[in-house]
Design a protein around this ligand. Structure first.
Ligand SMILES: Nc1ncnc2c1ncn2[C@@H]1O[C@H](COP(=O)(O)OP(=O)(O)OP(=O)(O)O)[C@@H](O)[C@H]1O
Length: 249
């Protein structure tokens, strides 16, 4: 679906990505994990052209995205949606207006068709009852759901989620992840999720990749990560399990 080849990126003299190689499988949930500041967000920003690499390729639909002009990238951005942690809704618009916005900007749908699409999307994320509310009136979890509905509006093939569950309580984390899974199944979207949460990854991921010191040091299905002997993965796994133990106490 998306193939990243030898991607390198430095800021000033600091090399964040040192040759990332990663294949993101279609119609699956891929988790990209790693410590803070290892370049996970930087990697996602390359996929949507918000950052350009120093070297390397990103293949999607038989084209190398790194070679596209800004204008050509606009078309790709309709197919690959990026959801930031905070959701980035327009504060001056209601939830329904937020979701309608990309449809008005990028499609030729009539007002009536847009309204019915907005209703469908808000039902899909279970937020129809809040359609006339403003973002400031919503909880964090509701804002994330509204942002997801807005991203879904253009029928993307891929959605990149930058830490979708950060800042939510454990129950809401599960609600959001269940929703992402449902959306993936209903709309057949490929989901890429940046997360620190190995427990959630073990529950929801089809594929997990670990970014460490600028490269992918381990990747595979849940079973492979659970049994990986790579020292960093082992350490990450042990820390995550310790956290669960201390929560249980
Ligand atoms: N536009 C930029 N200019 C300069 N440095 C940047 C820029 N964007 C990111 N960086 C640096 O790149 C490194 C990786 O940042 P990034 O946000 O990708 O980390 P991350 O793995 O997503 O971290 P976290 O899990 O804490 O969100 C950091 O040291 C950050 O300061």
């Amino acid at each position: 679906m998306i193939k990243i080849v030898n991607l390198k990126k430095s800021f000033n003299s600091f090399q964040v990505l040192k040759g990332v190689n990663l294949e993101i499988p279609a119609d699956k949930i891929t988790f990209i994990m790693g410590g803070s500041g290892t370049g996970k967000s930087v990697l996602l920003k390359h996929i949507v052209g918000l950052l350009r690499p120093d070297e390397g390729e990103i293949w999607f639909e038989n084209q190398d995205l790194t070679k596209l002009s800004e204008r050509e990238f606009q078309k790709v951005r309709k197919k690959i949606g990026l959801l930031f942690q905070e959701g980035a809704l327009f504060d001056s618009m209601t939830v329904a207006e937020n979701v309608a916005f990309p449809l008005k900007e990028h499609t030729k749908l009539s007002g009536k068709e847009i309204s019915s699409k907005v209703e469908e999307l808000l039902s899909a994320v279970d937020l129809l009852q809040a359609k006339d509310k403003y973002p400031s009136e919503l909880s964090g979890g509701m804002r994330k759901r509204a942002a997801l509905a807005r991203t879904l509006a253009l029928n993307p093939q891929v959605i990149l989620f930058d830490e979708p569950t950060t800042g939510l309580d454990p129950v809401l984390q599960i609600t959001i992840m269940d929703l992402i899974k449902k959306v993936k199944e209903t709309y057949h979207v490929t989901c890429v999720i940046i997360s620190h949460d190995l427990i959630l990854a073990f529950k929801y991921a089809d594929h997990i990749a670990f970014l460490h010191e600028g490269v992918i040091i381990e990747e595979g299905d849940v079973e492979k990560i659970k049994t990986s002997t790579h020292p960093f993965v082992k350490h990450f796994r042990e820390s995550a399990l310790l956290e669960t133990k201390s929560e249980e106490v």
